[in-house]
Design a protein. Structure first.
Length: 129
């Protein structure tokens, strides 16, 4: 991760989300609780786009995203921008990152297994015909 760089704050937040393996829908529900799923996802997508002009990132939204993902990317972006050394992490935070990463990998593996099973069923149907 030390070599990673970011175009802007939006890129850092998007990389934080991608690193967790969670969908934007999962993050959107946490950022915009009480909103319909599609509305929450649309708001988050617009908020995370630098071209957007109608939905803005507040400090509260940024912190909610960081709580749901990981803070590293955003902190490293700020360090790069303002000329600070990147900080190290405490052991408990490293454990949390590892756990979060493993959960993301498990989700991705589960989704891939479902796709493999569907492909095998489709192949079985086409061979039977």
């Amino acid at each position: 991760m030390p070599g990673r760089s970011y175009e802007d704050a939006y890129d850092a937040l998007n990389q934080s989300i991608a690193a967790t393996g969670r969908s934007r829908k999962e993050i959107a529900i946490r950022v915009y609780p009480g909103r319909p799923l599609n509305t929450a996802q649309s708001l988050l997508t617009r908020a995370l786009s630098p071209e957007n002009t109608d939905v803005h990132l507040s400090q509260e939204i940024i912190e909610t995203i960081l709580d749901a993902t990981r803070a590293d990317d955003y902190i490293f972006y700020l360090c790069e921008k303002y000329g600070f050394e990147r900080p190290g992490k405490k052991p408990a935070a490293l454990e949390s990152d590892i756990r979060l990463g493993l959960q993301g990998m498990q989700r991705q593996m589960s989704e891939l297994m479902k796709k493999v099973e569907k492909l095998e069923r489709e192949k079985g149907k086409s061979q039977a015909e």
